[in-house]
Every structure is written in structure tokens, then in C-alpha cells.
Design a protein around this ligand. Structure first.
Ligand code: PLP
Length: 422
């Protein structure tokens, strides 16, 4: 099983904490995150980079729980944000704005203004129009905006077919030659300060070579700028390191760190990293209860109380998550039978696991593992379902860090508009 999950005396536990009592107390569907595992990974990352000056900016979109952000801030983490909403979360969680980098292709004028007012560490700019808009807003505010250009290293698709954001035909970043031409103009702007360069080539990468290829291309530009008299302070290599859902074998933090340091060859720039999934995915589980067992046309269905509204990844990406019962099947019990584990939402794509050999019946509870990243963050109210509660575990203690939504919460923003207009 991935992450901190294992059976102890027949009970599925996260570390030392049994999960069934949490499901009992807080109800299902319920997200549970093991913060100790996340902290251990944060330290492993930092350790792998050793004496290379570095900053780990957690990619907030992977899991934006305030309690999680507050704890990462306490460890000294910075944050990679992609919206004004994520900035608001980081500030509410006590994050240091000077350690925030702001990514994304479509930052609105309001988002840029808010981030300038907060004094964030760097704007990761993705286009020329964004750059000049930022320059104007910084001038109007009487400040200088720290800027990095996101370059698109166009890593060879022949050798790395699964990379989704680092190819030249997608919407992200600027071509390396374009960035090379822009840096000198940016350096002359009185309200823009070129402090860094960044890239992010994709997600769930299980091989090191695309990272290293991309970094080498970017370092060639860094050297070229240096020759022209522009010294950057940091190099931001994005996120994207993969995790284990099934039988993937992603590189370890140590191998990743060693690979990056090897390519940097002692350059003095601060290395900025934006890991999301790698820090949080394996530390999370979504607990659910089987409502019905249904046999139909020779197939067995376990209809559970979680759905694509709680965990969209299987429906959206055909992603595979381990699904296991909270109570370990007794030794010598009947062999597990295949079942499709499906949610109650009125969509055929509302499947959490297809064709799983699993021993479970109505009333039993299950855990969907490796659900800590891109889980709750993608939850929706489709079918007017309340978004689930979240529990965070830290050193053996369980904290309810988000209560289950109520129907009143959902209805509160609406009006019937049957009478006179407002
Ligand atoms: C999504 C994203 C990340 C995090 O990606 P993971 O695969 O979760 O590590 C980092 N940087 C940028 C710019 C992103 O868009």
C-alpha cells in the first residue's frame, strides 16, 4: 500500500491511527491526511538538495487545506500559487508572502494587483502581454515587481511522450528564444526586476531524464544571459515529480536532488522547486461506505457514498487508486470477487475503481488510497452533494480541519428572485 497506510491487527491504520473510528465519528465520505508523512517528505526533499541553496514552494493546487498550508509554512515552506484565491489561502494560513511564487497563464489585473500589494517573492510570467500588464500595474502602485519568465523547454516528445506542459504546442510559457530576447528589455523596465527563470514540464513524471534535459536547456539560457551581464538569482524547476499509485517506480527524492545538483554544477543560484503531488498524494485517503451491493448483467457493483464529486481523478484521467477495506479480510476468507466500485452520481463516468478484486459488502467501509493530491481540491457540488469533511492527523492526534458542508452552505449564495428585482 502506498503512503503511511497498513493493517495493524486487522485494522487499516495511518501510522498508528486506526481509520474506522474516524469514519464512525465524522461520517463518510471523509478525507484523511497524515501530516507526519508530508513533513517527512518535505525534509527528505530539503535534505536531498543539501548545500545547494534552495527553496521548496509547495504547489497549493495539489491540496489547499488551510491546516496543511499552516503546517508547511511552519516548516519554512514557500508556496507556488496559481490564483488570487490561493494567495488568500496562503496569507490566511500564515505563509510568508516573500516566499510565494505566482504561476499561471491567465493572471487577471486584480490578481496581479493583490499579489503586488502582498509583496510576493516572484511573478512567474508566461507571456509578453502579461509582462507589460504587470509593469504598468507595478508602476501605478509605485513598486518594482520581481519577475521570472516561464520558458517552455520543448522537451523531446519522442523520448518522453507523457509530458504534457513542456512541449512547444501547448499554452504554457515562452519559447526559449523569445525569453532570451525579452530579458534585456525587462531588465531596463523601471518597475520590473528580472530575478529568476522557471519551467514546469508536466505532472506525475516517473523518469528523471525529462527534468534534467529541460534544466540543461534552461541553464544554457541562464549562461547566455550571464554573458550579456544579467545575473539571475534563482532557477525554478517547477514540480511534477511522480508518486506511486499502482506499480509506478518514480525516482526517489535523493535521486531527483542528485540529478538536479549534477546539472547545476555548483551554480550559486537558489534552486526553487514547486512540488505538489509528491508531497501530499500518498499521505491522503478518502474513506467511504458501501451503500449497496448490486448484481447486474453478470457484473458486480459496489455502490459507495463517495463519487466523482469527491475524487474526480478516475473520471477525468482514468486514474487508478488502490481501494481497500478498513477491516482486513480474515485469513482463509473466501477469495475476493471482482467488482466495479461506483458512486451515486448520475454519470456513467462516476466510477472510482473498475474490476477490483475486493471482499466487501453493504455497510462495509473502504479507503481509496493515494488521494491526498488533486482530491478535495477538485471536489464539486454536482448533484447538489455536500463536499466532504477533512481530518488531519499529526503525531497520533486527529483534527477535524474542515467540517462537512451542509445544504444551507450551498443554498446561502442564491436567491429565488420571484419578487421585485434586487
Ligand atoms: C501544477 C503545478 C505544479 C505542481 O505539480 P505537481 O505535479 O503536483 O508536482 C508546480 N508548478 C506549476 C507551475 C504547476 O502548474
Amino acid at each position: 500500500m502506498p503512503g503511511p497506510f497498513a493493517y495493524r491487527d486487522g485494522a487499516l491504520c495511518a501510522g498508528s491511527v486506526p481509520l474506522a473510528p474516524l469514519a464512525e465519528r465524522y461520517g463518510t465520505p471523509l478525507y484523511v491526511y497524515d501530516f507526519d508523512g508530508i513533513a517527512a517528505r518535505y525534509h527528505a526533499f530539503s535534505q536531498a538538495l543539501g548545500d545547494q541553496p534552495h527553496r521548496i514552494c509547495y504547489a497549493v493546487k495539489a491540496n489547499s487545506s488551510l491546516a496543511l498550508l499552516a503546517r508547511l509554512a511552519r516548516l519554512g515552506a514557500g508556496f507556488d500559487i496559481v490564483s488570487g484565491g490561493e494567495l488568500a489561502r496562503v496569507l490566511a494560513a500564515g505563509g510568508d508572502p516573500a516566499k510565494v511564487v505566482f504561476s499561471g497563464v491567465g493572471k487577471s489585473a486584480q490578481e496581479l494587483k493583490d499579489a503586488l500589494a502582498a509583496g510576493i517573492g516572484c511573478f512567474n510570467v508566461e507571456s509578453e502581454p502579461e509582462l507589460w500588464r504587470l509593469g504598468e500595474l507595478a508602476a501605478a502602485a509605485g513598486v518594482v515587481a520581481p519577475v521570472s519568465l516561464r520558458v517552455n523547454p520543448d522537451v523531446d516528445p519522442e523520448t518522453h511522450p507523457y509530458i504534457s506542459t513542456g512541449l512547444k504546442d501547448n499554452k504554457f510559457g515562452l519559447a526559449v528564444e523569445r525569453a532570451a530576447a525579452l530579458y534585456p528589455r525587462l531588465a531596463e523596465h523601471p518597475h520590473l526586476d528580472p530575478v529568476g527563470i522557471d519551467f514546469h514540464i508536466g505532472s506525475q513524471l516517473t523518469s528523471l531524464s525529462p527534468f534534467i534535459d529541460a534544466l540543461r536547456r534552461v541553464l544554457a539560457l541562464v549562461d547566455q544571459l550571464e554573458e550579456g551581464g544579467l545575473t539571475l538569482k534563482h532557477i525554478d524547476v517547477g514540480g511534477g515529480l511522480g508518486v506511486r499509485y499502482d506499480d509506478e517506480a518514480p525516482p526517489s527524492a535523493a535521486a531527483y536532488g542528485a540529478g538536479l545538483k549534477g546539472a547545476l554544477q555548483g551554480r550559486p543560484q537558489t534552486l526553487v522547486l514547486e512540488p505538489g503531488r509528491w508531497l501530499v498524494a500518498e499521505a491522503g485517503a478518502l474513506l467511504t461506505t458501501v451503500e449497496y451491493e448490486k448484481h447486474h448483467e453478470g457484473r458486480r457493483f459496489l455502490i459507495v457514498d463517495a463519487a466523482m464529486t469527491e475524487l474526480l481523478r478516475p473520471a477525468l484521467y482514468n486514474a487508478w487508486h488502490p481501494i481497500v477495506p478498513l477491516v482486513e479480510p480474515a485469513a482463509g476468507a473466501a477469495a475476493p470477487q471482482a467488482a466495479d466500485i461506483v458512486g451515486p452520481v448520475c454519470e456513467s463516468s462516476d466510477v472510482l475503481g473498475r474490476d477490483r478484486a475486493i471482499t466487501a459488502a453493504a455497510g462495509d467501509r473502504l479507503a481509496i488510497l493515494a488521494a491526498g493530491a488533486y482530491g478535495f481540491g477538485m471536489a464539486s457540488n454536482y448533484n447538489t452533494r455536500n463536499r466532504p469533511a477533512e481530518v488531519l492527523l499529526e503525531q497520533g492526534e486527529a483534527y477535524l480541519v474542515r467540517r462537512r458542508e451542509r445544504y444551507e452552505d450551498q443554498l446561502a449564495l442564491e436567491t429565488l428572485a420571484l419578487g421585485e428585482s434586487a
